[in-house]
Write a protein that binds this ligand. Structure first.
Ligand SMILES: Cc1cc2nc3c(=O)[nH]c(=O)nc-3n(C[C@H](O)[C@H](O)[C@H](O)COP(=O)(O)OP(=O)(O)OC[C@H]3O[C@@H](n4cnc5c(N)ncnc54)[C@H](O)[C@@H]3O)c2cc1C
Ligand code: SF4
Length: 465
């Protein structure tokens, strides 16, 4: 007899074992477990879960198919709205989106929508099912800048409508944060990310890597010299922010982006690679979001005693609940209500400690979260040899500074209307470069919205006779 009040548990690697390897933490559901979990869904007439999904996946319909054991039909339903289901099933913040709105969650544990989506996507991938349909080619060239979730979603949708789509990517590997940010133990690169990118390639999308728009070629040149008729900018928000405290330039201080990129993209954790990384003995990661959890858990796997240093309390941690839970299980030490004031160095200029201050929570600020306030005379030294700053990121200004007339706001984000159209005709944008650092699903949603508007614009302008 199963207890229908709680989710069917998902199998995971033991915390002690996984803390020493980079293999995926969660094994996901098998068919029986998924079918059992699917019986917990009430198939609501007005499903609140769908309203809370940024891309509107028809959740009750796909879950009903899982319940009947028709997984292929479930995959087809998900594919109508999502081009990266195996990714979203793994990394979406379900607790604040679909599962956070699930009616079952009012009295009991919400339906495990994310794990069901992951199961269906993995099932389809293992069978190499092609669930996407494509219109005949119309020969119109569209450029997509950046191969993260926003660019991939936009490119995929436009290719399905028959456009000749080329993605330009600055790095040598496509995928954006999916490839260089989120670690292997949360999102396997070869099996999952590469597969989803290949599916988009199979739709006819070309991906040119090592092309930096704004340096190798400008947006103007894409239009005037390369005959592209529309451009989507999905260049993300990859520029790290720092605290501006003394000592931040010391040897042993790095941004989470740099640390994770070196580990993920350049395989710096493998001894025989040319890009080794500093393996700290005692590492402090400053911040409390998903990126901070990923950096702390990566440092742990590289052999460090790993701390999260966060100025608010446990309750305000912005990371996905599952990441915080996994990090704690693995032995990450959480120094909450703590804020660094200075990074202290030894006589060789290397980090030896952080001078920190204890915090308490005051009145709520503009974000609605209680403002952290310093406790007087509570300063102390925390001995560390590596500090990883994970305080958020903003868009790199390269594209905006090389494109005349492209409007940005005071946070350097590109300004768009509700259809993703920028201040320039034929130029659309979406994802983190518009919103600032956000989520995979919202980036993907923005790519899809822009693709729809680009299709309407291009049809009107070039295919209307
Ligand atoms: C470590 C980490 C963990 C995260 N964890 C989660 C999570 O668990 N759940 C979640 O929902 N979200 C998570 N996020 C956030 C999420 O990954 C991002 O919101 C999402 O990837 C944004 O997608 P994007 O397409 O806008 O940009 P990106 O994924 O950043 O992709 C942008 C791409 O554009 C390329 N580019 C930039 N400039 C140029 C240029 N000039 N020319 C050509 N190419 C260019 C970049 O190289 C990059 O590949 C995480 C982010 C990080 C960094
Ligand atoms: S809200 Fe919950 S119970 Fe209702 S359809 Fe969505 S997943 Fe099923």
């Amino acid at each position: 007899m199963i207890d229908k009040k709680v989710k069917v548990p998902v199998r995971e690697q033991e915390p002690k074992v996984r803390a020493g390897n980079f293999k995926e933490v969660c094994y996901g559901y098998d068919t029986n477990e998924a079918m059992l979990e699917a019986t917990r869904c009430l198939n609501c007439k007005n499903p609140r879960c769908v309203q809370a999904c940024p891309v509107g996946v028809n959740i009750p319909s796909f879950i009903a198919k899982v319940k009947d054991g028709d997984i292929e039909a479930a995959a087809q339903i998900i594919a109508q709205n999502s081009s990266l289901p195996a990714v979203c099933g793994r990394v979406c913040p379900q607790e604040s989106q679909c599962e956070g709105s699930c009616v079952v969650g009012i009295k009991n544990e919400a339906v495990s929508i994310g794990k069901l989506e992951r199961f269906v996507a993995d099932w389809a991938r293992e069978r190499d099912l092609n669930v996407s349909k494509k219109d005949p080619s119309n020969g119109i060239k569209v450029a997509v800048i950046g191969s993260g979730p926003s660019g991939l979603a936009c490119a995929g949708d436009l290719a399905k409508k028959g456009y000749d789509v080329t993605i330009f990517e600055a790095f040598h590997e496509p995928g954006g944060v999916l490839t260089y940010g989120i670690p292997e133990f949360r999102l396997p690169k070869k099996e999952v990310v590469q597969y989803e990118i290949d599916s988009i390639r199979k739709l006819g999308v070309k991906i040119e890597t090592n092309v930096i728009i704004g340096r190798t070629v400008t947006i103007e040149e894409l239009f005037e010299e390369e005959n592209f008729k529309a451009v989507f900018i999905g260049s993300g928000a990859g520029l790290p922010m720092f605290m501006g405290i003394p000592g931040e330039n010391a040897n042993g201080v790095l941004s989470a982006n740099e640390f994770l990129t070196r580990v993920n993209l350049m395989k710096a954790y493998l001894e025989d690679y040319d890009t080794p990384i500093r393996r700290g003995k005692k590492v402090a990661v400053v911040g409390g979001g998903n990126v901070a959890m990923d950096a702390a858990r990566t440092a742990l796997r590289l052999g460090a005693e790993s701390h999260i240093v966060y100025r608010r309390s446990d309750k305000e941690l912005p990371a996905r609940a599952e990441e915080v839970h996994h990090a704690k299980e693995e032995g990450i030490i959480f120094d909450t209500l703590t804020n660094p004031k200075e990074i202290l160095t030894d006589d060789t200029g290397c980090v030896r400690a952080m001078r920190c201050v204890r915090m308490e929570l005051g009145e709520p600020d503009e974000s609605g979260r209680r403002r952290p306030v310093e406790i007087p005379n509570s300063e102390f030294e925390m001995e560390v040899d590596t500090v990883i700053m994970s305080l958020g990121t903003k868009p790199n200004p390269l594209i905006t500074s090389t494109t005349d007339g492209l409007e940005t706001n005071r946070k350097q984000c590109i300004v768009v209307n509700e259809n993703g159209l920028t201040s320039l005709e034929g130029v659309y944008a979406g994802g983190d470069t518009v919103t600032g650092a956000a989520t995979v699903i919202s980036a993907m949603g923005a790519g899809k919205v822009a693709a729809k508007a680009m299709d309407e614009y291009l049809k009107e302008k070039y295919l209307s006779e």
